[in-house]
Design a binder for this molecule. Structure first.
Ligand SMILES: NC(=O)C1=CN([C@@H]2O[C@H](COP(=O)(O)OP(=O)(O)OC[C@H]3O[C@@H](n4cnc5c(N)ncnc54)[C@H](O)[C@@H]3O)[C@@H](O)[C@H]2O)C=CC1
Ligand SMILES: O=C(O)CCC(=O)C(=O)O
Length: 435
């Protein structure tokens, strides 16, 4: 088997064979945090499962005239802190358990960042690369239609995730507006965030998650007297999160030495030109075939010596085997849930620090919140203001997480969960339970 083929097979093996235990992994991480804080018994129960699980099966007429049935999910984990909030994923491996885990992660991410939203996530099981633009539009509109009143601008607000983008969000918005005869059409644009700027999106949302990844790295670098100028890093995933993180890190003088995506893995110890790679990915759909780099296997990618590794693709990628190969100082989880429980154990044994998903990739939902507020008030904020507000909120959450970790002698993930669950628990405690 060629190196490229073996690399692709490895990437797909990681995401497919382990996808089913993502919710269990999340629950184990959540329960580990409960050992460090006092949580009301009913709150433990409530947070252990999502509040609502919406599953819709819907047919769509494809370009060839045939009908195909799709399964879509919207999981609403918790809304004690505010309206349900979270992305929509279009990917062939989408399952109920995956979306449940992603929805719960949103609840804790928002609580850690003090964003006044709860947690939700949605997804449709489809390989987006295999459908035409008009088919993806029809799938989006039909899914939105079937979600009906299960979403709403004050109730549950979707956003982009893997396989979706600002165009998909605008189709969702348009479908929702056409379904509801609402008087204040403009304010209703906040039914989704992550829209294009022209259709009511926010400046800075496109790069927000990557920007937040970099703000997290900068906090860690300051804390550890580490210079980013001249540092090396590897990146799994060169989509929205990965490509923007890389573009910003380039400006700070950090050097990208290896990248993996769904098409393969490439490396160059001398550094990869991020701007040129971005053009290549736009033109060809993936990193494979980019010149000035060597093709490497997935194992060679993970074993690459570097200062920082940024997984920014799918969940459960860094398992025990991968973690034992890794040769870096810091892992920054641009993706949701990229590390398995065994993987994390090995990383801790090896002294590799992790900035967990709840913290590292929260920039997206923070700027989504800014977009929602701007739509509600008919305002349009400047990029500088957005970046400053985002930076402030990322820094505050980072130090809340680190303070807990130091005080209770925990890893960062346990600390991030504990801070978030502690805040949610306080609200439940103050409000009591409706009988
Ligand atoms: N888009 C956003 O604002 C946010 C995204 N995230 C998380 O970041 C991660 C990436 O999301 P996006 O960049 O938005 O998605 P995207 O769809 O823009 O990009 C996904 C990237 O992952 C790569 N990929 C897919 N399958 C792969 C595999 N089997 N092996 C290696 N690479 C693979 C793709 O080639 C692509 O480069 C996900 O875990 C998502 O939940 C987290 C917070 C916000
Ligand atoms: O921007 C949002 O509302 C949600 C982003 C998201 O899905 C995530 O943080 O995983």
């Amino acid at each position: 088997m060629s190196k490229k083929a073996s690399s692709e097979k490895q990437a797909s093996r990681n995401s497919q064979t382990q996808g089913t235990d993502f919710f269990d992994t999340h629950i184990a991480q959540y329960e580990r945090a409960l050992q460090h804080i006092d949580v009301l018994p009913h709150v433990r129960l409530i947070l252990g499962q999502p509040k609502n699980e919406i599953i819709v099966n819907f047919p769509v007429k494809l370009d060839n005239g045939e009908y195909q049935l799709f399964t879509g999910y919207r999981i609403q984990h918790n809304n004690i802190m505010g309206p349900y909030k979270g992305g929509i994923r279009f990917h062939h491996d989408v399952t109920l358990n995956e979306v449940k885990a992603l929805a719960a992660i949103m609840t804790y991410k928002c609580a850690l960042l003090e964003v006044p939203f709860g947690g939700a996530k949605g997804g449709v099981a489809l390989n987006v690369h295999k459908f035409s633009r008009s088919e993806v539009e029809k799938i989006t509109r039909r899914f939105t239609h079937d979600l009906g009143n299960n979403i709403g601008p004050e109730y549950d607000i979707p956003a982009p995730d893997v396989g979706t983008n600002s165009q998909v969000m605008v189709w969702m918005m348009d479908t929702y507006m056409n379904m509801h005869n609402l008087s204040d059409k403009n304010a209703q644009r906040r039914i989704v965030t992550g829209k294009s700027l022209t259709s009511g999106g926010s400046r800075g949302r496109e790069k927000a998650t990557g920007q937040g990844v970099v703000y997290s790295i900068q906090e860690w670098a300051d804390e550890n007297n580490f210079r980013l100028d001249g540092a090396t890093y590897t990146l799994q995933g060169f989509g929205n999160v990965g490509s923007h993180a890389a573009a910003i890190l380039s400006k700070l003088g950090a050097s990208l030495v290896a990248v993996m995506d769904h098409t393969g893995s490439i490396a160059n110890e001398e550094g990869i030109n991020v701007r040129k790679l971005t053009e290549h990915v736009k033109a060809t759909g993936g990193v494979r075939g980019y010149t000035s780099c060597n093709d490497v296997t997935a194992d060679e990618f993970w074993a690459m010596k570097c200062d920082i590794c940024i997984p920014a693709a799918l969940e459960l990628q860094i398992d025990e085997r991968v973690a034992s190969m890794m040769n870096c100082r810091l892992i920054v989880e641009g993706a949701n849930g990229p590390t398995t429980l065994d993987g994390e154990r090995v990383l801790i044994e090896k002294g590799i620090e992790v900035i967990p998903d709840l913290m590292a990739n929260a920039g997206g939902v923070v700027v989504s919140y800014f977009e929602w507020v701007q739509n509600k008030r008919s305002e349009s904020w400047q990029l500088q203001e957005i970046d400053e507000r985002l930076h402030f909120m990322m820094r505050r959450a980072y130090h809340d997480m680190r303070a807990f970790a130091r005080e209770h002698n925990t890893d960062n993930r346990t600390a991030a969960y504990a801070v978030a669950v502690g805040r949610i628990n306080s609200v439940y405690g103050e409000r009591g339970i409706f009988p």
